[in-house]
Write a protein that binds this ligand. Sequence first.
Ligand SMILES: NC(=O)c1ccc[n+]([C@@H]2O[C@H](COP(=O)([O-])OP(=O)(O)OC[C@H]3O[C@@H](n4cnc5c(N)ncnc54)[C@H](OP(=O)(O)O)[C@@H]3O)[C@@H](O)[C@H]2O)c1
Length: 354
Amino acid sequence: MPRPTDGLDKIVIHRRGGYDRLRLERHVLPRLSAQDVHVQVHAAGVNYADCVVRMGLYSSAKDYVGWPITPGFEVAGVVARVGGDVTDVRVGDEVIAVTRFGGYASDLVVPRRQVFAIPRGMTMVQAAAVPAVYLTAYHAAVELARPKHGAHVLVHSAAGGVGGALVQIARVLGCHVVGVVGGAHKVEHAHALGAHAVIDRSAGRLWDEAETHSPAGYDVVFDANGVDTLGASLRHLAPMGRLIVYGFASMLPRADQKLRWWRLAWHWLRTPRISPFDLTTRNRSVMGFNLSYLFDHAKLLAESMGQITRWFDEGLLRAPAVSTFPLAAAGEAQRSLETGNTVGKIVLLTEHAQ
Ligand SMILES: NC(=O)c1ccc[n+]([C@@H]2O[C@H](COP(=O)([O-])OP(=O)(O)OC[C@H]3O[C@@H](n4cnc5c(N)ncnc54)[C@H](OP(=O)(O)O)[C@@H]3O)[C@@H](O)[C@H]2O)c1
């Protein structure tokens, strides 16, 4: 059951910068409107996008919140209060909640439509790691790429959060999956998620190996690297192939490196310009999306979370591998993600988890 509380702890970033910008602060609990649910957060998911928010480069954070901001898209916890119109969620229920920012907190108040059941048998720590990466992967694969059974699919960063979810969802859809990872220590993890073949790109033969695994090219490539791989990902599409672009991590600094504007500009200039003439002649498509701008599409959110939960309940997806940090160590958690060495997901634990 929820514990009585007179305030909440949350991570607040007052301006762009390094890990020390993530400060733990005490705030008053927000008021509850009739459609709202107050969740006492046990676990909050950390996503690479949160690091980009801290760097001051995440456009929807600027568009919807500005500074100060509390990052975080997802939590799992116990329902502490419900608004007068909420009849199908009860105090004491263990739930997942999604939010457009604000998740790095001990307590979260969100509209009922952003609250979901935890898949069967999943712990709250695992559940907090599910929504952002599986919703992203679901949107990329099911709504946009729509690969046919037997399609050849290449997934970059296949041992990471979204990449790991993409490998699993592509397998559910009956695809032949080749995963790409940035280090030898990730190969086994990507295999265990279901990749038929895994390429360690740190060995330096990414595209030679990719051609060996699918000589006719790929029906779908999922790419969140940006400039480092985007051009080659496009060139390795088979006729009628689709490149799904959903991030630009390789433009950004690794852990403890400073954000250099000249370097960002250089990467921006090197980013391939896509020609409509080339797309037409070669029968290739490029699609892009950012889920945080689709957050108000309540039907899309409910349908996607519904299908993801059913796949977990049926045993078709498995809970992500999770490493944990205390909420107060959110900066350390982001540093760890920015090393590029992590597998699976990172989750922050609040005082309610003790
Ligand atoms: N468009 C959307 O709606 C949406 C939603 C969620 C996430 N995303 C994007 O999806 C990507 C993956 O997010 P995630 O939270 O699941 O993270 P993640 O994959 O768990 O971690 C990021 C991975 O990206 C690779 N990487 C390449 N350049 C990097 C750099 N400079 N710094 C750190 N990592 C780098 C590394 O994997 P390898 O070395 O193994 O390749 C690293 O492990 C991110 O680019 C994120 O912005 C987009």
